[in-house]
Write a protein that binds this ligand. Structure first.
Ligand code: SF4
Length: 144
C-alpha cells in the first residue's frame, strides 16, 4: 500500500513520456518538440522524454495508424509497463486526419491502443499540448 502510494507520487511528480510517430506530416512532432524547449518548458512539471517504452508512463502519439504500423504500435504499447497512458496529439492521431481516405490508413491511435487523452488540431499549438499533459497529470493525481 505504501509502496503503491510512493510509485503514484513519483509518477505524478515526474511522468516519463515516449514520443511515438507513425508518419504524419511531422507538423505535430515539431510542436511536441517545441513543448520540450525552454520557452514552454514541460520539464517544469517533471516530464522527461524517454527513448524506450519500457521506461515510459505516457505515450505521446502523433500520426495515423496504418496497416503497416498497427502491429508495431500494439507491440510498443504492450512493452510499456502498467499503468500506462496514451495521449493522441493532432488530427491524424485522433482520426487519421488528412490521411483518413488513404488506402492503407486505418484511422487514429485508438485503432492500435486505448487512448487516455485527445489533443485536437492540425497541428495543435504547444500550449494545447502542454494543457493536455497537465490535465492528464491532474487526472492521474486524482485517480485511485
Ligand atoms: S495532424 Fe496535421 S500537422 Fe499533425 S501530423 Fe497530421 S497533418 Fe501533420
Amino acid at each position: 500500500m505504501v509502496l503503491k502510494k510512493i510509485v503514484k507520487w513519483a509518477r505524478v511528480r515526474s511522468p516519463w513520456i515516449l514520443h511515438l510517430n507513425t508518419g504524419g506530416c511531422n507538423g505535430c512532432d515539431i510542436e511536441v518538440l517545441a513543448v520540450l524547449i525552454p520557452k514552454w518548458d514541460v520539464e517544469r512539471f517533471g516530464v522527461l522524454l524517454q527513448g524506450s517504452p519500457r521506461h515510459a508512463d505516457v505515450i505521446v502519439f502523433t500520426g495515423p495508424i496504418t496497416n503497416q504500423t498497427r502491429d508495431r504500435m500494439k507491440r510498443i504499447y504492450e512493452q510499456t509497463p502498467d499503468p500506462k497512458f496514451v495521449v493522441a496529439v493532432g488530427a491524424c492521431a485522433l482520426s487519421g486526419g488528412v490521411f483518413e481516405e488513404g488506402y492503407n490508413v486505418l484511422g487514429g491511435a485508438d485503432k492500435a491502443m486505448p487512448v487516455s487523452a485527445y489533443i485536437p488540431g492540425c497541428p495543435p499549438k504547444p500550449e494545447a499540448i502542454l494543457d493536455g499533459i497537465v490535465k492528464l497529470v491532474t487526472a492521474l493525481e486524482q485517480s485511485e
